[in-house]
Design a protein around this ligand. Structure first.
Ligand code: PFF
Length: 468
């Protein structure tokens, strides 16, 4: 039976390595870059509360579902779902969401690599002392100059994609463990130092209130955004966690493991938010500034504290590694699947897929400069246009890919995975995999997967539609 096999793509040495790898996947640009800027754009506390609710009631059950599907079958997501569906007497077509997930993960990688490339540029900028003594206006101008330059963006995007492909080509299991052991604790320590700086700005409480004061009237504004982000930040809905689950040892407790990853991820995001917003307010910056938020605020902090040049350099190196360990997990489902399916070399498959993602990523590079006027999904006065050059509204290429993945593909993928675990797999299979001691706890977790999480996704979709 599938339950005892070992994946041909490798297996983790212990449950701890899975925790490290899954945390490495979850903690990334989503926590340090995206969470603060989305919180800023969607008005603060209301967004944060919805995000936490979505993590607890939807994100974690889906993470649990993915891990258990992967570990049960010990194959890449597409093959895992296909074989488990057949084993449970259902149609192999139920594996289609895993195909969609692979595509979504590759689309995410395409823009993720561009943003991670910004961090590469900042490592050098910080190291060279470009930000020493900088104020908010200066940091804003430096960021503007970077995004306006397609060549510089392309260079970093290319380099980051090569770095990602390199680890994947050698095999995730071999490459990931050592770097993560050092990097995760260090990242946390540096975030705490930044938090310390934000205390000294005199605007700490302003930042705190912005993050945690709940305004009920704003809740509906950003629910879909908050749910999409909960998926993005936990890396669920695309099969990344599922493929990592397939490398997990047989006798590890899935529940506690998944909870640990979720808590670590949330802690990093909240600490990043608490560190950033006081700096935003102290510098008279706009919290709703969008994707540039972290790249404008942090140089101000590092440019004005003792040893800031060194700490800033280390910090951006850590952001880079955090992004790297996440991007690896985006490529892995598709690579693992194609290795299983074609039997060709991992290196060759990795190179092909990385090239594809690189090409799509060039759309994101250009969306910040030469192609900023290329707008997609435009609802104009003369009706809907899929594409229009120079339109007022609509979304840039980067916004479109981000929107399509976070708001639509991830929630749908997650919904399909959790329904699969809750309704297609036999109850006994799920019980066996979860191996929870308390029957009551099992029933609660099982119903979270069967009913609460799927309903959560549906309710948010409907609420969003109702708003239109
Ligand atoms: N969780 C990552 C982050 O927060 O940066 C992003 C991510 C990783 C999304 C892997 C999707 C994925 F498959």
């Amino acid at each position: 039976m599938a339950g005892n096999a070992v994946s041909i793509n490798g297996s983790w040495a212990s449950r701890w390595v899975f925790i490290l790898a899954a945390t490495g996947s979850a903690v990334g640009l989503g926590n340090i870059w995206k969470f603060p800027y989305m919180t800023g754009m969607y008005g603060g506390g209301a967004f944060v509360v919805m995000y936490l609710v979505c993590i607890a009631l939807v994100g974690l059950p889906i993470m649990l579902a993915e891990t258990l599907i992967g570990r049960r079958a010990r194959m890449s997501p597409v093959n895992a779902m296909r074989s488990l569906a057949v084993e449970a007497g259902a149609s192999p077509k139920l594996a289609w969401p895993a195909v969609m997930g692979m595509v979504a993960a590759l689309l995410i990688l395409s823009f993720y690599s561009v943003i991670a490339g910004w961090s590469l540029d900042y490592v050098l900028g910080m190291g060279a002392g470009r930000f020493t003594g900088v104020d908010a206006a200066g940091a804003g101008a430096a960021f503007g100059a970077l995004t306006a330059d397609p060549w510089r963006l392309t260079l970093w995007h290319t380099l980051f994609m090569v770095l990602t492909g390199f680890v994947i080509a050698r095999g995730v299991v071999a490459g990931l463990e050592k770097s993560l052991r050092v990097m995760m604790p260090l990242l946390f320590v540096l975030l705490l130092i930044l938090l310390g700086y934000s205390f000294t700005t005199g605007h700490f409480m302003e930042g705190f209130h912005f993050l945690f004061s709940f305004q009920p009237d704003k809740v509906l504004d950003g629910v879909l955004a908050a749910m999409g982000h909960a998926f993005f930040t936990l890396s669920v809905g695309v099969g990344s966690i599922m493929v990592y689950g397939s490398y997990m040892p047989r006798h590890a407790s899935i529940g506690a493991t998944v909870l640990t990853v979720g808590i670590l991820d949330t802690l990093v995001a909240l600490t990043a938010g608490l560190a950033l917003f006081p700096i935003v307010f102290a510098g008279g910056l706009e919290p709703g500034a969008g994707p540039g938020l972290m790249f404008v605020t942090l140089p101000v902090a590092f440019g004005n504290i003792p040893f800031g040049q060194l700490m800033g350099t280390v910090f951006f190196i850590l952001v880079l590694i955090a992004a790297w360990t996440s991007s690896i997990s985006m490529l892995e489902p598709a690579v693992a699947y194609l290795v299983e399916r074609t039997g060709r070399s991992r290196a060759l498959i990795t190179a092909g897929l990385a090239l594809l993602c690189w090409l799509v990523g060039m759309g994101t590079v250009l969306s910040f400069n030469l192609g900023a006027d290329a707008r997609f999904f435009v609802f104009g006065e003369d009706g809907f246009h899929l594409f229009q050059w120079g339109a007022e509204g609509g979304r840039t290429f980067f916004d479109s890919i981000d929107y399509l993945t976070s708001r639509i593909l991830l929630p749908l993928g997650g919904l399909a995975f959790v329904l699969f675990a809750g309704w297609v797999l036999k109850r006994e299979t799920v019980r066996e995999e979860l191996a929870l001691r308390s029957p009551l706890l099992f029933t609660a977790v099982y119903w979270l997967m069967r009913v609460v999480a799927p309903l959560g996704v549906l309710v948010v979709f409907v609420a969003e539609l109702a708003k239109q």
